[in-house]
Design a protein around this ligand. Structure first.
Ligand code: MN
Ligand code: MN
Length: 462
């Protein structure tokens, strides 16, 4: 009795992994790095996942064709995939939901301005950012412009080595006396997040040699856009264009054990859940659902978000059941809200509570509740569900740790967990811890990424 270990300690993944597992973790991270280097918006994630799913034999959900491996996109910004299980839907399903949007600078509906011989695109930032982090970086432009005719123009500029990039300028230190004395939250104004995009004017008109440069650069930009894409200024009104950090994600650290890259919150979970979903096999016990939603970073509002009726519609259509029958199924279902947590940063210990803060390298993070001040606004997982996951993770040798989002009353945040819980589905937050979350270059840990994948795989396998 006395020999039984009574204390609990988190474990460092490198102390537990075999050499083969360490190799597998590094291999898994390479595929992930390619994914986040290529996919920088929710729409691009939908296209990428759908293409990969089709390669694996998935087809679009339709009334006429019965298939066991299906997907359905919600518009072009969210996606659900399912593999029909051995048991009927009324026995419950297994759902992993992640979000595929990330903080960025969205273009305003009328973005193009011309000032002092330079042309800029005005932006409205999307999601929770520290604005000062987004200046003086090479940025690329991603998105779509939909013409009045309905024709969709897809745009990606600034990712290839030979393509130009955009940037938001900042004041030089020599003249920043007033700016430096401002609070960090006010040092860079939202209305100053303008993307520098051009400086070449159209030629002066004959006989108007005295003409100023005013609007001639804008005119030149419009001509360029028209020649390249067939886009006029008015077309930018029906567009979703965003500036994001340009270039690929990189291996980080002399030992290459970490990843530095944009949009890891939460495409790291989208990737890990999708790979686990595929790997869990074609005949799961329970129907497996892999759901990727948009708009989490702005409060999960809107039709492509976790609050839309898309999941119920998808499941009803998949199983050919009514809303009432679905409600009976959901009460027996389990869900993981797959999202990242904030890792303890040794340079900023004061915002975390040492015993409960997740560390990089100690496995995927099980976050029983999020929210702020008194668990407000969080969806807390019940003790029974957490116990079930402890059993499951032990069975599948998953390395995991507990997590909280910061010290009490130091701030906080939420995930989509509460929107699943609202549908009466047992839900818990699981995902890796990141450093520099919501910055242009977030940091993840290869061991944690692999543990997250293993946790999701265990969840689908049961
Ligand atoms: Mn997130
Ligand atoms: Mn986030």
């Amino acid at each position: 009795m006395a020999k039984e270990k009574l204390t609990y300690e988190r474990k460092l993944v490198w102390d537990v992994f075999s050499d083969a597992e360490k190799g597998a973790a590094f291999d898994f991270a390479s595929g992930y790095r390619r994914f986040i280097s290529e996919v920088k918006t929710e729409k691009e994630a939908v296209v990428w996942v759908r293409k990969e799913a089709e390669k694996k034999g998935f087809s679009e959900l339709s009334e006429s064709r019965k298939s066991k491996k299906v997907y359905l996109a919600n518009r072009s910004s969210a996606l659900a995939l399912a593999i029909t299980g051995k048991r009927p839907i009324r026995d419950g399903v297994r759902i992993i939901i992640s979000h595929i949007d990330a903080p960025r600078l969205d273009l305003k509906p009328q973005p193009l301005i011309d000032e002092e011989g330079l042309s800029f695109l005005k932006t409205h930032y999307y999601g929770g950012i520290k604005k000062y982090q987004w200046v003086t970086k090479p940025l690329s432009l991603h998105g779509v412009v939909v013409l009045k005719s309905g024709v969709k123009k897809e745009i990606v500029i600034g990712e290839k080595e030979n393509e130009p990039v955009l940037t938001v300028t900042d004041l030089l230190p020599h003249l920043a006396k007033d700016q430096m004395e401002k609070k960090m939250s006010e040092a860079v104004d939202g209305e100053s997040l303008n993307l520098l995009i051009a400086s070449l004017p159209v030629p002066k008109k004959k006989g108007k040699e005295g003409e100023s440069a005013k609007n001639r650069v804008k005119e030149a930009v419009l001509r360029l856009l028209y020649q390249t894409y067939g886009i006029k200024e008015e077309d930018l009104i029906s567009a979703e264009l965003a500036a994001v950090p340009a270039g690929p994600a990189r291996e980080l650290g002399l030992d290459r054990s970490l990843i530095l890259g944009y949009g890891q919150d939460d495409r790291i979970c989208a990737y890990a859940s999708f790979q686990a979903f595929l790997e869990a096999g074609d005949k799961p016990e329970y129907t497996s659902v892999c759901l990727m939603v948009d708009k989490e970073e702005i409060g999960s509002e809107g039709i492509s978000s976790a609050q839309s009726g898309f999941l119920s519609l998808f499941l009803c259509q998949l199983a050919g059941i009514t809303e009432t029958e679905l409600a009976r199924s959901l009460v027996k279902s389990y869900a993981i809200s797959a999202d990242v947590n904030a890792g303890l940063d040794p340079s900023y210990r004061e915002v975390t509570e040492a015993q409960n803060a997740p560390r990089l390298g100690y496995g995927t993070v099980v976050t029983k509740y999020t929210g702020h001040g008194g668990k407000f606004g969080s969806s807390e997982a019940g003790a029974e569900y957490v116990a079930y996951l402890r059993r499951l993770f032990e069975k599948h040798r998953v390395i995991w740790q507990t997590g909280e989002l910061g010290k009490i009353d130091k701030g906080g945040g939420g995930t989509v967990a509460k929107y699943l819980a609202r549908q009466n589905i047992e839900t818990i937050d699981i995902g890796p811890a990141l450093l520099s979350m919501h910055s242009p270059y977030e940091v993840s840990h290869k061991g944690d990424l692999y543990c997250t994948y293993r946790a999701f795989l265990a969840f689908y396998k049961g």
